[in-house]
Design a protein around this ligand. Structure first.
Ligand code: NAP
Length: 306
């Protein structure tokens, strides 16, 4: 397993090491907080002290982007982040998401009407103990609410000073273009990993978008950061691509590390946000930034998807 502990400023094997989010700049490997609450992203974790330790260690290692949402738990991920890290280091960027909520049966529901986005924003501000949210994704899911109406609400929140930068999640190129015609967009967050952006997992989690690869390429052309969610297929990536084990053996790495390295190599705008509640996996994931993949490795991974 590759677990080098070089300083966060050590260049990534696949450059660039840093990426811009509007007037902010972060290292191109972040942390997803969705795995910190209890099972099924619901309630308290078995060991809240360990969850806080994971967050502190992430920042110590050099992670300076944490992705979260008030509805993870609900409220639990944000509360753990505030308990572990508030007052936040100046360089830390916390990215949030609006557009979803949880129902009492633990299912995920849309919460995307203007007044719902506003209510969600207040939840994020309160639970993260912030006056302004750095990066807020509009997490889109087709409903009877037109995309433009939700986007307008986000622009309104930004004008009021509650949101610094607007980002989008779960969108196709058409929605990114529509948004760009109205406002700067600093990031796109869609499901994407070494197996692409579709399949069963996308279906089950309302994560399907039209032409996922085209969204990555579009973001690259526009210089928009791309945060692939489910970068490890919720921990199952190793069993879903037969090439991962082969390349991992060559690199003396793990399948998860190769899957993250593949994302970093896929595009200079890629900013993976693997989620974990484990210190060991956190260190392992962070070390993936040092793994260089050549054309032969990538061909192996492309064959492994089939
Ligand atoms: N915009 C959206 O709609 C949306 C949707 C889903 C997720 N997200 C964001 O994306 C982030 C990443 O997605 P995710 O956390 O759901 O899935 P993921 O990163 O693909 O996988 C996380 C799972 O993989 C396991 N894992 C992590 N590192 C590992 C390693 N090195 N080896 C083996 N297993 C490992 C974790 O278990 P352990 O805890 O045991 O390590 C966890 O169960 C989330 O945290 C969230 O911030 C956004």
């Amino acid at each position: 397993m590759t677990t080098t502990t070089s300083s966060p400023t050590t260049p990534f094997a696949h450059l660039p090491t840093r990426i811009r989010l509007g007037d902010l700049e972060v290292t191109r490997l972040g942390f997803g907080a969705m795995r910190l609450p209890g099972k099924e992203v619901w309630g308290e974790p078995d060991d809240p002290a360990r969850a806080r330790a994971v967050l502190r260690r992430a920042v110590d290692l050099g992670v300076d982007l944490i992705d979260t949402a008030w509805f993870y738990g609900p409220h639990v991920a944000n509360r753990l982040i505030a308990e572990a890290l508030h007052p936040y280091p100046k360089h830390l960027v916390i990215a949030c998401k609006l557009g979803g909520k949880r129902l009492p049966d633990k299912s995920w529901a849309s919460y995307i009407r203007p007044e719902e986005l506003r209510a969600g924003c207040e939840e994020d501000l309160r639970t993260l103990k912030l006056d302004r949210l750095d990066v807020v994704h509009l997490r889109y899911r087709k409903t009877d609410v037109p995309f433009a109406e939700s986007l307008d609400a986000m622009i309104g929140l930004q004008k009021e000073g509650k949101v610094r930068h607007i980002a989008l999640s779960n969108v196709a190129v058409a929605e990114v273009e529509e948004a760009l015609a109205r406002t700067p967009i600093v990031a796109v967050q869609n499901m994407f990993n070494v197996n692409g952006g579709g399949g069963q997992l996308a279906k089950m989690t309302h994560s399907e978008v039209e032409s996922p690869e085209a969204v990555v390429d579009f973001c690259e052309r526009k210089g928009i950061a791309y945060l692939p969610y489910f970068p490890l297929a919720v921990g199952a990536i190793g069993s879903q691509n037969s090439g991962l084990a082969k390349v991992a053996a060559r690199k003396k790495a793990t399948a998860a590390q190769v899957a993250l390295a593949w994302l970093l190599a896929r595009s200079k705008i890629m900013l993976p946000i693997p989620g974990t509640g484990s210190l060991e996996h956190l260190e392992e994931n962070w070390a993936s930034r040092r793994i260089a993949l050549d054309a032969e490795d990538r061909a192996e991974l492309a064959r492994g998807t089939a």
